[in-house]
Write a protein of this length. Sequence first.
Length: 159
Amino acid sequence: MSEQKTITAFYEEDHDRLDELFKTFQMSKRSDFAKAKEAFKEFKVGLQRHIVWEEELLFPIWEEKTGMVEDGPTPMMRHEHSQIKQLLDTIHKKVEGNNLESDQDEQALLTLLGSHNRKEERALYPAIDNVTNAEERATVFSNMNTIPEDRYNACCNGH
C-alpha cells in the first residue's frame, strides 16, 4: 500500500475497486447468485474497511492539521458514512435472505456513494494531501495495515 504517493491516488483507486465489485454483484445477482454473494461480501467488507481507514486515520489527521473539527468537512463525511452503512446493512439482509429485490436500495446506495466519493476525491483527499508531507502520508498507509480486521470485517456469516 505504501507505494502510493498520495492519499488521493490510493483512495480513488480503492473507490474504483469497490465500484467494480458492486457492479459484479449487480450484474450477477439474477444469473449467478453465488458469484453475486461473494462479490457483495468482498464489497461490503472492503467498504467498511475503507470507512474505518478514513474515520480513524484520515479524518483525525485533517482535523489536527486544520483545526476543523466541528465546522469542517469531516462531520458531514461521518454522517454520510452512517447512511452508507445503513444502506449496506439493508442490502446485506436481502442478500443473506436470497432476496433479489434490492434494486431500490442499491440505487440509493449508488447515488449516495457517487456524491460522497466526488466530494472526497475532488476536495477532501487533495486537501489532506496538501496539509500532509510524504512521511505523514507514509504513516497513514502503514497504519492502515495495523487496524484489526474485526473493526471492519463484519459480514455474511454462513455465506
